[in-house]
Design a binder for this molecule. Sequence first.
Ligand code: CA
Length: 218
Amino acid sequence: MRLLLVEDDGLLGDGIRNGLKQQDFAVEWLRDGQSAANSLLHEHYDVVVLDLGLPKMHGLDVLREVRSKGNAVPVLILTAQDAVEDRIAGLDAGADDYLIKPFDLDELYARIRALLRRSAGRADPKIIYGEIEIDPAAHQVTLAGTVIELSRREYAVLLELMQNRGRVMSRTRLEEGLYEWGEQVESNTVEVHVHHLRKKLGSELIRTIRGVGYMIDK
Ligand code: CA
């Protein structure tokens, strides 16, 4: 899952980014509103964590611009303790949820999971597909009730394909979810992870769409 964090406070941003990396998100961290708005125009993200008080462009303006372009990416805004008007304006400008600073990181993770669940159209926190069950909160995958050990990157590829069932996911899109922006990606990485996933979860699960990418049927 690829996450954009927009926060100008260095200490807070660093803490959130490190925590989210532990939760297996590929995090891109930007510190001002203008670069966030630009990046949101050109890049795909699964979820955005957006501070409102930002240099160069206010978070609310970033949000309005994103929504005016028809981008429906789930957005969670971070607001100050006493800023009730900001929270109302944020929700009205298209934010999906908010957290008031200071907040507990575990609550941030839970809210992000809920946003991803809703954007995928699921009410059930677990993803169930045939005999495979994925628990995103516990990062656990079972096959017919048996826990299957997956590497973090195998898990990330599986989750991305599962949450987009019926859609072909390009190698590029899957790679983006695996690495932080700017990090080196080896050319056959996704192929290797898919190979391992097939060995662990069954050869029929992930289909290769030649020349395009991979897909799990709906
Ligand atoms: Ca700020």
